[in-house]
Design a protein around this ligand. Structure first.
Ligand code: X8Z
Ligand code: ZN
Length: 603
């Protein structure tokens, strides 16, 4: 307490806040409203500047663009910290709801009172993002020379397509070897971030992150655990089934009968989605040999066409067409002449119609899903653009991640047929095939989405020291996800840093929440559309009634606690795994039956 008060006073003095606010005059409602209006105008301008600088940086990574984005980020951070401290003055004052909420939101930020710290922090932040974006694996050839260097996209393609375990292992290790180069910077960065969180009165940055959900941070942590336990039995069934199939395919030497499974075998760099294993895992009885990736590749579907398919889904719900500047200014394919950060992202550049996607699109089913995901962000931006600046955000970050995925749940075999992306008849009796494919994306993802921030919370709290980064990372991955490192850990390793969101310091609990939320949204919107029947066959494509319901929630932005936004769309006020479990219920029965039979066969 003492320590907190002291840091507050130092910070307040450094920012000039204590000098600016006369101690005697009690704050008034009018003053609070004036303060909020001025703060919003100032933050908005700085946000636009920072977004522009960052866009240029991430689509053209150079030392110069890095310096420019760091500088713009620093200006934003300076103002955010200063205003957050000043906002404290109105604590306890009875205010209109919206003003009180804006003051609360303004205080959920880092505050670094020292200019040198701010400069170092924003430089490290930009540098880490760039380092991840530029990283490449350059294989050593037998003659001692170095082979052509491979960026992440190329390595991911090999993991998706090759079934040679030695090659998979090489590629997996090749990518994970890159992260130690920025481990020291990450350590320095997290220390500064913690300093900023503490100056603002939070225990550490993890505590700040857990404070972003309209509930006490400890309650949020308990919710995460409750949700994971709720869906864990379904994950366990999928993991068991996958192990049998991997063992059949790779043999008992590669895949152990019990314990964690080597991480390089799941068709994905982080074993976070297993869709690429579908051909190996698909039900023997399924006649459906349909492969969307094959169709998209064979037709040489362009990045623009992929995006247009997604746009048409949203407009079929009654939403607006994308503004012309979206098409002029987005980056949809990987440029060959410069370094870019390929990790897909959606950008609100001016809080109005200047919205953009940055993504290195290839004609695959995975990118088809991802472009629907990204447009979910874009349509959220567009829907809440009429809100005041501080409410131009998702109800919480899990909502933002869930919108596009909700829409993508409506990409059913029927829908693909309807838009001409599926040839041949849809087998109405075959639910298990498509459900399994969906589970390989969604259910397989749950433990990974749960554990990334579980690991980071301990890093931020200091419980995990830098020397133990890999030890604690792999303890979680083994215990929660049931996957293991394909080779022993190395001294100074930084495997968590081989994931974009760790290097770029983007919170990850949002994706775990989004996975729950999207099934709640899907169920609610299907009901709104008047659909009765199994949730996995429902597509809201073309349904304006469902679209209006969704749009109404999107338009609320962050103006109300997320519980109200959830209520508006689904009538529920808790994030819950029940809708997801209901969606996959037929698959759970099937998996458990398969596992029983496979166990009997291997006795
Ligand atoms: O990062 C993303 C999106 C951008 S918000 C492409 N996702 C997570 C990931 O790639 O790890 C979407 C699913 C999870
Ligand atoms: Zn996203």
């Amino acid at each position: 307490m003492q320590q907190k008060l002291l840091t507050f006073l130092i910070a307040a003095l450094a920012s000039g806040a204590a000098l600016a606010a006369p101690k005697t005059a009690a704050p008034t409602v009018a003053e609070a409203e004036r303060f909020v209006a001025e703060a919003e105008a100032r933050l908005k301008q700085l946000e636009i500047n920072a977004a522009r600088a960052d866009w240029v940086y991430q689509t053209f990574i150079t030392d110069d663009t890095e310096a420019i984005t760091a500088q713009a980020g620093e200006q934003k951070l300076t103002a955010a910290g200063e205003l957050a401290l000043k906002a404290r003055r109105f604590k306890g004052l009875k205010l209109p709801e919206a003003t009180a909420r804006k003051l609360k939101l303004m205080q959920l930020t880092l505050m670094l009172s020292d200019a040198g710290d701010r400069e170092a922090f924003t430089r490290l932040s930009a540098g880490l993002n760039g380092a991840y974006g530029k990283a490449k694996y350059c294989p050593k050839l037998a003659d001692g020379s170095t082979g052509p260097c491979m960026p992440l996209g190329q390595l991911e393609k090999i993991l998706a397509e090759s079934r040679d375990p030695a090659r998979l292992k090489e590629v997996w290790l090749g990518w994970h070897q890159q992260a130690p180069a920025y481990k020291d910077r990450y350590v320095e960065y997290t220390a500064l971030s913690n300093k900023g969180a503490r100056e603002m009165g939070f225990a550490d940055t993890g505590a700040l992150w857990r404070s972003l959900y309209d509930m006490p941070p400890a309650a949020f942590e308990a919710e995460m655990e409750r949700l994971w336990q709720q869906v864990k039995p379904l994950y366990d069934s999928l993991h068991t089934y996958t192990r049998y199939k991997l063992r059949q395919n790779y043999g008992a030497d590669v895949v152990p009968a019990t314990g964690p499974i080597p991480a390089h075998l799941f068709g994905n760099m982080w074993s976070q989605s297993w869709n690429n294993l579908y051909p190996m895992l698909k039900p023997a009885a399924s006649k459906d040999t349909y492969d969307l990736s094959q169709t998209l590749a064979a037709r040489k579907t362009s990045a623009v066409d992929m995006t247009k398919y997604a746009e048409r889904f949203y407009t079929s719900l009654g939403m607006e067409t994308l503004p012309p500047t979206f098409w002029d200014r987005s980056l949809l394919t990987k440029p060959q002449d410069r370094e870019v950060a390929c990790h897909a992202s959606a950008w609100p550049l001016d809080g109005q119609l200047d919205v953009r996607i940055k993504m290195c699109i290839t004609p695959t089913a995975e990118d088809f899903r991802t472009i629907h995901h990204e447009l979910g962000h874009i349509y959220y931006f567009l829907a809440y653009r009429k809100q005041p600046f501080l409410f131009q955000n998702g109800a919480n970050d899990g909502f933002h991640e869930a919108i596009g995925d909700t829409v993508a749940l409506s990409i059913t075999p029927d829908y693909l047929k309807q838009v001409g992306l599926k040839e041949g008849a849809v087998d109405a009796g075959d639910d298990i095939g498509p459900l399994l494919d969906r589970a390989l994306g969604k259910v397989a993802f749950l433990p990974f989405a749960y554990l990334v921030d579980k690991w980071r919370w301990d890093v931020y709290s200091g419980k995990t020291k830098p020397a133990d980064f890999d030890k604690t990372w792999w303890a979680l991955r083994e215990q929660v996800q049931g996957v293991k490192r394909p080779a022993p850990m190395t001294e100074g390793g930084f495997d968590a840093g081989a994931k974009y969101h760790v290097a770029a310091d983007t919170p990850y609990a949002r994706y775990f929440l989004a996975t729950m939320l999207q099934f709640q949204f899907h169920r609610a919107l299907c009901r709104e559309a008047g659909y009765v029947g199994p949730l996995n066959r429902c597509s809201i494509y073309g349904n304006k009634k469902a679209g209006d319901k969704l749009q109404a929630m999107l338009a609320m932005g962050a103006s109300k606690p997320w519980q109200e936004a959830l209520k508006a769309v689904s009538g529920e006020d808790k994030i819950d795994g029940q809708a997801l479990l209901e969606y996959f219920a037929p698959l759970k029965v099937w998996l458990d039956e398969q596992n029983k039979q496979l166990a009997a066969q291997t006795k």
